[in-house]
Design a protein around this ligand. Structure first.
Ligand code: UDP
Ligand code: MG
Length: 288
């Protein structure tokens, strides 16, 4: 169990009235997990956001090593035609996993039947949880909402359109057994892009990003497994504009890259608009 620091040192610094320190453990995947102490100082959650990102008073951020639980986060924008296929493929890929797991579907303001599909799937698949945005806030916001909801000691973020192969999951999970790494990142295998212009733009963006910020995102993507310390670090970042994959690299936790081939979409078209891509690029370069 985690040794707890003295009460006075752990008080909420932002004027919260409820200064009672309540160490607690919570059930994650059926296993008890000691929550890091400063998550529990008050019930409102704002203490956690205000305190600096460090191992306060020696209380480890790590979950218990025996925690075997995984949250799979799927950002979804107009994926009604394919979500059931992806859910089936995930169950197939997770068959050998000897731990608890959940799927968090985040409907990012879809205009099609994505939400009713998720609702229907949730009635037959106990692992499925759904979050629904009031409008389209963008993939980054959907990922953040998923991270906030995730109970797992580990999370995997993957695209909800089938382009990130569920068949790679067992590999990601196997690599994650290695305690030397906190991030297992899918890395897109280089191939001739269907859209040469888009491929070139992405390369140029990554080169500028690398030169300007020192973060190397070449062929990186959002398909990645994060362990709890990385998730906690991301959740304590106050940024409203977020760039998930860059922020995970920025945290500095040890990352292992695993190459994979990006698959075609199961259905539909990419939802990115030119405006959205330019905005992501500008935010990425100026944000770091
Ligand atoms: N997505 C989202 N919100 C958006 C745009 C996309 O949640 O505003 C989701 C989408 O449903 C998919 C993933 O993000 O699961 C990647 O989107 P997309 O396939 O359009 O992008 P690409 O594969 O071209 O990068
Ligand atoms: Mg896609």
């Amino acid at each position: 169990s985690v040794s707890l620091a003295p009460d006075h040192a752990l008080r909420c610094t932002v004027g919260c009235r409820n200064q009672r320190f309540q160490p607690s453990s919570e059930s994650v995947g059926g296993l008890r997990r000691q929550r890091s102490s400063y998550e529990n100082m008050c019930g409102t959650g704002h203490c956690r956001r205000q305190l600096p990102d460090c191992q306060i008073l020696g209380v480890p951020l790590k979950t218990m090593p025996s925690s075997r639980s995984l949250s799979i986060i799927l950002p979804l924008h107009n994926e009604a035609d394919s979500i059931h296929l992806l859910i089936d493929a995930l169950h197939e890929s997770m068959r050998a996993w000897k731990g608890k797991w959940e799927i968090i579907c985040v409907d990012d303001g879809s205009k099609d039947n994505t939400w009713s599909s998720v609702q229907k799937l949730a009635t037959t698949h106990a692992r499925i949880q759904g979050l629904r945005f009031t409008r389209n806030f963008g993939k980054e916001a959907a990922i953040l909402a998923g991270l906030e909801a995730a109970q797992g000691a580990w999370v995997v973020v993957m695209d909800g359109d089938g382009q990130h192969p569920p068949a790679l999951l067992p590999d990601l999970l196997r690599h994650a057994e290695n305690d030397a790494f906190e991030i297992i990142a899918g890395k897109k295998r280089v191939r001739a892009p269907e859209n040469a212009a888009a491929g070139m733009l992405s390369r140029v963006f990554n080169q500028i990003m690398h030169a300007a910020t020192g973060l190397d995102l070449q062929n990186s993507c959002d398909y990645r497994l994060l362990k709890r310390p990385v998730i906690e670090a991301l959740l304590r970042m106050p940024e409203r504009i977020r760039f998930f994959r860059a922020m995970t690299v920025w945290t500095g936790f040890a990352q292992l890259d695993v190459e994979f081939d990006v698959l075609p979409r199961l259905a539909g078209n990419s939802a990115w608009s030119t405006r959205g891509l330019i905005s992501l690029a500008v935010n990425g370069i100026t944000g770091f």
